[in-house]
Design a protein around this ligand. Structure first.
Ligand code: FEO
Length: 136
């Protein structure tokens, strides 16, 4: 695996891990403020992001690279209200989509068609997640 692609995938591992923790903090805030349905949504979504992270970890290692499990800063834990949760959710998903597009671009520059193929799953997943976040 080319070092440039490996570095980008390791950064993506960190973004997915960060999203998972961010959504967990949002779930916890909603849970302790009486928004149980919203809490369940973010607990579930936090798990999904963890799976996105793990899928990348496995792929990097399978391709002969070294996946880096990142240190993370504590996520924000206080929110003004439910609207803020959903605004942050949308912003986070838009950010992740941008980062995935950057990886796709670099894969093509480096003719890494294996990673390009693998990343198509993330492209489809992001399309759905961003659309859902926008709707919500
Ligand atoms: Fe894994 Fe919602 O981005």
């Amino acid at each position: 695996m080319k070092p440039e692609i490996e570095n980008l995938l390791n950064s993506q591992i960190k973004y997915e891990a960060g999203a998972s923790m961010h959504y967990l903090a949002m779930a916890s805030w909603a849970d302790s403020n009486g928004y149980n349905g919203i809490a369940e949504f973010f607990y579930m979504h936090s798990e999904e992001e963890r799976l996105h992270m793990t899928k990348l970890v496995k792929f990097v290692n399978e391709r002969g690279g070294t996946a880096k499990v990142p240190a993370l800063e504590a996520p924000k834990s206080e929110f003004k209200g439910v609207n803020e949760l959903f605004e942050e959710f949308l912003n986070s998903e838009v950010f992740v989509t941008e980062k995935i597009n950057e990886i796709i671009y670099e894969c093509l520059q480096h003719k890494d068609y294996n990673t390009h193929n693998f990343m198509q799953w993330y492209v489809s997943e992001q399309l759905e997640e961003e659309a859902m976040a926008r709707t919500m």
